[in-house]
Ligand binder design. Structure first.
Ligand code: MIC
Ligand code: SF4
Length: 642
């Protein structure tokens, strides 16, 4: 067996391990972060579950930390108190980015982790089967419910050789993206194997697993070996180590071979992470801003390399360099060993340990800027400046670029970039608040500030769904298009009515007003609709606006699940060409749709009343999903089943 099959088998609750079948698995650990967490905990409370039933659940506060008004702080207090009451550990603001901290302090090889953040697969770097999902699925898992997913295919990514000087783990995953595209991992787990794996540290593996999310993959996983043991030992957690890997004769559905010796520094150009060329090919583009940080590249090793490159140099006069170390542990160690001083002396602007610019929480670049960043997504408008172009690179490329002022290949350097893995990391968990002891939950009061508003619930599916096509969209529409997130909007993640005024505005500014005037309708989209974030808001806000169905060429995994969980129909065109026959404004209907779904039909009629024609659309649902769609979402479904 391969490693993915072994972990799935160990956790299997229902189904058989055959690619494409629905399976459900037991979840050992969960994580939430604040921007999806507030909603996830409101939903968790609505389910009436007492104490979590997982082996460990952690609530991180790392996204909304700007606190330009009371809203973020209200959310923080709600999360900290609700976590305490229900048996959940809470990582306070300043402690670090969820994925970085989870690998450092909680990740256990061989365990399953479900997180309400699409980059939860970062845990694959330490040998976990770590999956991103909507908050509602995570709430169910916290209550001890199994997680349902389509049994993935497993791709064996065979690494040989060793990374040359100046080429980083980030370049490995950029190479995978270059070859496979942002849709290439759909329905698959990327399992890293081969001799080349041994030369990669846990944080480097975590970088690769993290950005596997950009392939649309279910997750990515690395073996747990001596490198993993050394990392856990240095974190004071050797007891959590377990050796794990594929059997020598393991089989894979597909394989991909990468010879690390031949890799070069790469860059993903705007506006998709698979738009990859070599740094050389991209050429010496003039750069205005460099951001080094995010859950992809903010480990101690990354930061030490950056400090080495910056030491004794000065940032180019036309560049603003911002650095956000990934965790309190990393930042403390940099402060203690002098590397932070090297960064400051070079002119870097140091940010707190949080997501920050990656999600547009501050540091939005200037008009038409070129911003080189080490994070994982360069989606249109995500930085908060729609006219800016984001280029994704390794830390080494970003640091040398900040000094040169133009995009630069780090192989021009002649300094030592080898960073020894520390024998012991600086361990201080004083920003992680333990839950109330069992039996003392009642003493904890959950605090709800005025920013915490109720969330919309779907209603029973109508006999026939009718509505106008309110928006026709192209391929690869991201969740950042559907529900933009930036410093102005993130504080309202627990306030759906407020967010609804911004839904799909990067595609069409008039959409929210039109949707409200029409009292809802239908959306039409190209392929890979909803790629990117796990944010359930990309379903909840359209639900609030009365969207009943989305007809697309294909959907991204997490968003499709979020639509079903909230009772919105994700319809796939049986004939892609039918997409071209529909125009924005056409009146559509799904005649007798309730009856058809209840009868188990997975092919439905989508009628275009304006053009007087019909199209075949597919809605393959499991029995459980059918129940959710008929009841108007997962919460109603759970309630009706008692
Ligand atoms: C992201 O990177 O897009 C986010 C912000 O972390 C999201 C979660 C969210 O939208 O709150 C994600 O990746 O799931
Ligand atoms: Fe935070 Fe960015 Fe990572 Fe999302 S991708 S968790 S916003 S650092």
């Amino acid at each position: 067996m391969n490693l993915t099959q072994k972990i799935l088998k160990d956790h299997l609750v229902t189904g058989t391990l055959a690619a494409g079948e629905e399976i459900s698995i037991r979840i050992d650990q969960t994580l939430t972060q604040d921007s999806t967490g507030t909603m996830a905990y409101l939903q968790f409370e609505a389910m009436g579950i007492g104490r979590v039933k997982t082996r460990r659940s952690v609530a991180y506060i790392d996204h909304n930390t700007l606190q330009t008004g009371f809203e973020n702080a209200d959310d923080h207090q709600y999360i900290q108190s609700v976590a305490k009451k229900h048996g959940i550990w809470c990582s306070k603001p300043g402690n670090g980015i969820c994925h970085q901290v989870n690998v450092e302090r909680f990740g256990v090889p061989g365990m399953t982790l479900l997180g309400s953040d699409s980059h939860t697969p970062t845990g694959g770097g330490i040998g976990m089967l770590a999956i991103g999902a909507g908050g509602l699925d995570v709430a169910v898992a916290m209550g001890g419910g199994a997680y349902y997913l389509t049994c993935p295919k497993v791709v064996g990514v065979k690494l040989s050789g060793k990374l040359p000087y100046g080429v980083a783990a980030k370049d490995i995953i950029l190479e995978v993206l270059r070859r496979l595209s942002v849709k290439g991992g759909t329905g698959k787990v990327m399992e890293y194997i081969g001799e080349g794996v041994k030369s990669l540290t846990v944080p480097e593996r975590a970088t690769i697993a993290n950005m596997g999310a950009e392939l649309g993959a279910t997750t990515s996983v690395f073996p747990s070996d001596e490198v993993t043991r050394a990392f856990l030992k240095a974190q004071g957690r050797e007891g959590d180590f377990r050796e794990l890997g594929a059997d020598p004769d393991a089989e894979y559905d597909e394989t991909l071979e990468i010879n690390l010796d031949t890799l070069e520094p790469l860059v993903a150009r705007p506006h998709l992470p698979d738009n990859v060329v070599t740094v050389k090919e991209a050429g010496p583009i003039k750069v205005d801003q460099v951001f080094i940080g995010s859950c992809t590249n903010s480990s101690y090793q990354d930061m030490m390399r950056v400090a080495r490159i910056l030491k004794g140099k000065t940032v180019h006069p036309d560049v603003s360099l911002v650095i956000g170390p990934g965790s309190k542990q990393v930042l403390t160690m940099l402060a203690e060993n002098g590397a932070l001083a090297d960064m400051l002396n070079a002119g870097a602007r140091i940010l707190e340990c949080a997501c920050g610019p990656c999600i547009g929480m501050g540091q939005s670049p200037k008009t038409n800027a070129v911003s080189v960043r080490t994070n994982n997504r360069n989606f249109y408008a995500r930085s908060g400046t729609a006219s800016a172009g984001i280029y994704l690179t390794s830390c080494e490329t970003a640091a040398v670029t900040a000094i040169a002022g133009v995009l630069t290949d780090p192989r021009c350097l002649d300094i030592d970039l080898e960073v020894e893995q520390p024998a012991s990391f600086d361990v201080n968990d004083n920003l992680i608040i333990p839950p109330a002891a069992e039996g003392q939950e009642d003493e904890v009061e959950v605090v709800r500030g005025p920013n915490i508003k109720p969330f919309p619930l779907g209603h029973d599916l109508e006999e026939t769904v009718c509505g106008k096509v309110l928006l026709k969209m192209e391929d690869n529409i991201t969740t950042d298009h559907i529900m933009p997130s930036n410093a102005k909007l993130l504080p309202y993640r627990s306030n759906i009515p407020h967010l609804s005024d911004y839904c799909l505005t990067p595609v069409d500014e008039t959409f929210p007003a039109r949707a409200k005037a029409e009292k809802g309708g239908i959306l039409v989209a190209g392929s890979n609709y909803g790629q990117g974030s796990s944010r359930e808001h990309a379903a909840l806000v359209p639900l609030y606006l009365g969207i009943r169905a989305v007809a697309a060429k294909s959907f991204a995994r997490i968003h499709q699940a979020n639509l079903i969980n909230n009772g919105i129909l994700p319809l796939t065109f049986a004939e892609e060409a039918d997409y071209d026959r529909i125009d924005q404004g056409d009146e559509m209907s799904l005649p007798a749709v309730r009856e058809a779904i209840a009868a188990g039909k997975d092919e439905l009629e989508l009628r275009n009343e304006t053009k007087q024609e019909s199209y075949r659309v597919l809605l393959p649902l499991t029995e459980r999903q059918r129940g959710m769609i008929l009841a108007g979402g997962l919460i109603n479904y759970i309630r009706t089943r008692g």
